[in-house]
Design a protein around this ligand. Structure first.
Ligand code: HEC
Length: 254
């Protein structure tokens, strides 16, 4: 545990060192597709799978929790999007920090990325995946109309948004991650801080720590709590599509 904690603490330092090395290495050279150039701007060329037109990007929010909230709640309300392919709208997953039941919604870019997958698998720029996370309640009062036969409450929205060039260091993932908190089933776009969420005392999978390790972390941007787990979904296999996106699997009692 001690080792892991200190590794996590060292991460920002490692990233800074990596960034420094890249700037030295790339001085004077032409930046490659999708990379952040020396001055911090993003090169214009993008790979085929990630192609997004300038005009389309202009309609999309920046890598910013408030702009993204405006997009998913007002400009293009996520409830009208497609749901995750191959599973019912509401899925029993029992997966922390996501909750007992979830529903995942995909905007057109995200839905197309899965319906017509690139090889190797890559999500298109502009993809947004919104995940509603429900926990079981004792049912009184039930803030949610019951869809499961058991009373549940919507406790958070976890969102992934792929933004071209949204990297702190080269070769980093380009996802913007955010967890919006919901109170009594209502979400108002406020960004969650890891505090007393129902999952906080649960074990982090494949770790000796609980989620309490992340207490105090503001969950927007590149939160390690999201990346640490989702980076394992980088391969295309039975559990994941690739590019940090897991397949949605109904929970099966073991
Ligand atoms: C301990 C592992 C773990 C952590 C931590 C985690 N997730 Fe997930 N996430 C999953 C798994 C597994 C799925 C697939 C569906 C399921 O089982 O709930 C998933 C699904 C998702 C999805 C739907 C797209 C997909 O990959 O299927 C979004 C969006 C998402 N997570 C966002 C987040 C955000 C934002 C955070 C950080 C607050 C986060 N996740 C933290 C494991 C994790």
């Amino acid at each position: 545990m001690a080792l892991q904690r200190s590794r996590l603490r060292d991460l920002p330092l490692i990233l800074v060192l990596a960034a420094g090395m890249f700037i030295v290495a790339s001085a004077g050279s032409v930046s490659e597709a999708g990379r952040v150039s020396e001055g911090g701007s993003v090169s214009e060329s993008v790979s085929e799978a990630g192609r997004i037109s300038e005009s389309r990007q202009a309609q999309l929010p920046g890598a910013d929790a408030r702009q993204l909230w405006q997009y998913i709640s007002k400009d293009n309300p996520y409830q009208s999007w497609k749901t995750f392919p191959g599973v019912p709208r509401y899925v029993h997953v029992a997966e922390n920090p996501h909750g007992d039941w979830v529903a995942v919604y995909l905007n057109n870019e995200a839905a197309d990325s899965i319906a017509y997958p690139a090889n190797p698998f890559q999500m298109k720029y502009g993809s947004v995946l919104v995940k509603e996370n429900y926990v079981l309640t004792n049912g009184d009062p039930a803030p949610q109309s019951p869809f499961t036969g058991v009373p549940v409450a919507l406790v958070s929205l976890t969102v992934m948004y792929k933004v071209r060039g949204y990297q702190r260091v080269p070769n980093e993932d380009e996802w913007f991650w955010v967890m919006y908190g919901c109170t009594n089933g209502r979400c108002d776009g406020s960004v969650a801080t890891i505090g007393d969420q129902p999952f906080v005392n649960e074990m982090i999978p494949q770790s000796k720590d609980t989620f309490a390790f992340f207490k105090g972390e503001v969950v927007a941007g590149k939160p390690w709590i999201c990346i640490e787990c989702h980076q394992r979904a980088n391969l295309s296999n039975g559990f994941s599509f690739g590019d940090f996106v897991w397949k949605l699997k109904a929970w099966a009692p073991k």
